[in-house]
Design a protein around this ligand. Structure first.
Ligand SMILES: NC(=O)c1ccc[n+]([C@@H]2O[C@H](COP(=O)([O-])OP(=O)(O)OC[C@H]3O[C@@H](n4cnc5c(N)ncnc54)[C@H](OP(=O)(O)O)[C@@H]3O)[C@@H](O)[C@H]2O)c1
Length: 340
């Protein structure tokens, strides 16, 4: 090929660009043809009057147009430097939350591929901050749809993705999410454990109707951990699940220690009782977390937060002492006496 041929070749649009152009052209062409055909049907076939018809045809375009104008007007009024700063702070938040956890003695982090971008964002944050080897990393496995079975190839691929996201040779804990298709998914976790790529394995649920299934599995399967909902106003796990976990030496991660928003709604407008300060609990978060952590079956409590100052508050619950039996009863009674 001569130099001129090569120059001509490099000026030719790439196939990808041509394909993109074709898609853009098709979109505009179909939109244009559609507008003309609809007008023709309306005015010539249905004999509608032209002006009201054009208003009707234009009306679907109005909301996006108004939103565009509104967005532009808002952006014009915001100081661009502050906008940029907010974007940077938002990007820093996951790192700041992890740093607050680790600086205050926390280690356990619980996520799942099923929580949107959580696993990916959290893994990127600990990797970029050089913190990944300081975290006990717990994630989950589930590729089964609701009530349907899991594809083993997809299940293995999901575990591989979790491992590669974190970038470590070994993840600390993987649990089958919500006891879903255990017959297919748990043996896959056993394979990964045998290969030394996962330290601990288990399963989770936060649905009471699944407790019976969980109990049966706990009797039959070699679980290292389970994850279950437990809070000062939600004690259902205590009676059977916690007892069996203690008997079999299975670790317990407590989920939903605040019941997401339930306990926050319950205590709104109420002060933390003064006697809780004897335990070192001066905020409601510390009250709830000290309660959950004080059950002897519990290995760790994993409250979720998106805010560094909440993380500091939550980690403060790990300081001082935990309530004894009588104090636990007092905590339960105090919350139960508040209006639901
Ligand atoms: N089946 C399962 O496997 C399953 C199901 C559900 C949950 N989980 C696990 O359970 C854990 C937590 O679950 P969750 O987020 O659903 O519920 P949660 O921990 O009970 O509640 C989280 C809520 O509490 C707020 N919060 C946290 N710390 C606070 C503080 N100090 N002061 C005031 N508000 C505070 C958070 O808001 P901010 O962001 O504003 O702090 C968030 O709205 C996670 O590890 C999750 O993986 C597992």
């Amino acid at each position: 090929m001569s130099g001129n041929d090569a120059a001509r070749e490099s000026q030719r649009p790439s196939p990808e660009l041509l394909r993109l152009g074709f898609v853009a052209f098709s979109w505009f062409a179909s939109w244009g043809i559609g507008s003309v055909v609809i007008s023709w049907i309306g005015t010539k076939q249905l004999h509608l009057s032209g002006r009201p018809f054009s208003w009707v045809q234009m009306s679907p375009q109005l909301p996006p147009l108004l939103l565009l104008l509104l967005g532009g007007a808002i952006a014009d009024r915001v100081d661009p430097r502050r906008l940029l700063q907010s974007v940077h702070w938002a990007a820093l938040a996951p790192v700041a939350v992890f740093a607050a956890m680790l600086d205050n003695g926390g280690t356990v982090f619980d996520t799942a591929p099923g929580y949107g971008a959580s696993e990916e964002v959290a893994a990127r944050a600990v990797n970029e901050a050089g913190l990944r080897d300081r975290v006990f990393w717990a994630t989950k496995l589930n590729v089964a749809g609701r009530g349907s079975s899991a594809d083993p190839a997809r299940a293995r691929a999901q575990v591989e993705t979790s491992l590669s996201r974190l970038g470590r040779d070994r993840v600390d804990l993987i649990q089958v999410h919500n006891v879903a298709d255990m017959a297919t998914q748990f043996p896959i976790l056993e394979e990964f454990k045998q290969a030394g790529r996962v330290r601990y394995i288990g399963t989770t649920t936060t649905f009471k109707p699944q407790y019976e299934t969980l109990l049966t599995l706990m009797r039959e399967e070699p679980f290292d951990f389970i994850g279950i909902d437990y809070a000062v106003d939600n004690l259902s796990a205590e009676e059977q699940v916690f007892r069996l976990a203690q008997e079999k030496g299975i670790g317990v991660l407590v989920y939903l220690p605040f019941g997401r928003t339930r306990l926050w709604d319950r205590v709104e407008g109420h002060a933390v009782p003064e006697w809780a300060a004897e335990l070192g609990a001066t905020t409601w978060a510390q009250f709830f977390l000290k309660f959950a952590a004080s059950h002897p079956a519990v290995t760790a409590v994993t409250p979720a937060t998106s805010k560094p100052h909440h993380m500091v508050d939550n980690m403060t619950a790990a300081k001082g002492r935990l309530p004894d039996q009588a104090e636990r009863k007092r905590m339960i009674d105090f919350i139960a006496a508040l209006p639901a």
